[in-house]
Design a protein around this ligand. Sequence first.
Ligand SMILES: [Zn+2]
Length: 442
Amino acid sequence: MFPLDGNGGYRVDRYYLDFDWQAPRTPFEATTTIRATSTQALSRFNLDFAGNTLHTVTVNGSKAGASREGDELTVTPKSPLHAGRSFTVKVTYTADPAQTRHRDDAIEDYGWIPTPDGTVVYPQPNGARLIFPANDHPSLRAPITFRITTPKDRTAVANGKLVSRTSAPGDRVRWTYDSEQPLSTQLVQLAVGDFRLVDSEGPGGLPLRDVVPSALVEPTAEYRGLTPGHLKWLEEKLGPYPFNRYGILVGDTDLGVALETQTLSLVPKADLLGTKVDAERNMVHELAHQWFGDSVALESWSDLWVSEGHARFYERLYSEAHGGDSFEAAMRAAYAAHDQWRKDFGAPAEPTEPNLFKRMRYDGSALVLYALRERVGEETFQRIERAWVSGFKGSTAGTQDFIDLASKVAGEDLEGFLRPWLYGSKTPPMPGHPDWVVNPVT
Ligand SMILES: [Zn+2]
């Protein structure tokens, strides 16, 4: 899947994004500076980049060769880089905050998504390259410093912490954010709009900061106020929330998709203006991703079932306990459809590029976790979950890591149990539910 995503020969140590944002849907001048370390001798190297107009590329201050083919930007430094050296790449370009791509699955549109008074971004799965030149692969994480200038009547936000807000030439404002923890490019958030920053506190004094279009502060207040309860519920299941802060960015768009951008989940306004049950499902889903997919990053896109399966699992578990549908009934329905989903969308851990974000990765993958819980029992399952989020906190892990860890914690080899669930063409029997039936494939 996505064989050209990510690049070898170097490691990104930090991105610095300097954006001179102007107005909705209006291209603006941007500079991305990348501090990196070569892991081998390099006469040239690649970045993933799909921004619309490239101006110049320098390496260590000297003009470098730059050529583009598809989403690959090949950089040829004036003199080759030795192995193990830190170096600085500076790319200047024009960013187009209306540049969007489309997928025919749960992602729908991605890249820059315009709003009436600004922009939000949906980088998942590989749209970060529309925003900045990057090592755009879910396993490759680096911290990011965001420096965004805006007109005075706009607010810019990004992952992590607001470091400063100062005046800039031309009656503008400069916003500086630090992601604090490294993040995968698919989890970047960077939004500009007529926002109010609404601060509150979660369990243990965790700083919460919602970012809300001014006109939506009151209408969304009730559901946004549920976040501390969601945190408390998930922390009881999983242990401490993995980052320094959290918040909800209310998306003023018609794109009905939520996204787990790190420390600042993007939730479309429709989700916060509908029923409480649906709002909480989406909010708990994105919050659960902060543990699964954000703090513990994906090793590859084939591991997406781990993050989406867990997010859906906890979303449904929470919902059942708070007025929503029966978890078991939903899992029974997913079980019935599982052979069909295997045929249409691939087994949970065997997606292909076009079916990556289809139903198998959501309820179909929550079902694998449900089967595991039925097999090992609730107490052991909870120990597996806690071992996963604490053992791989701030790092990357894949499907084999999950199988190995589950086996270790359960004290039995679960390879023979989990592999058919994750890779087989036929759905295995559901432990504890001999009466559950898989519908024939059509
Ligand atoms: Zn999700």
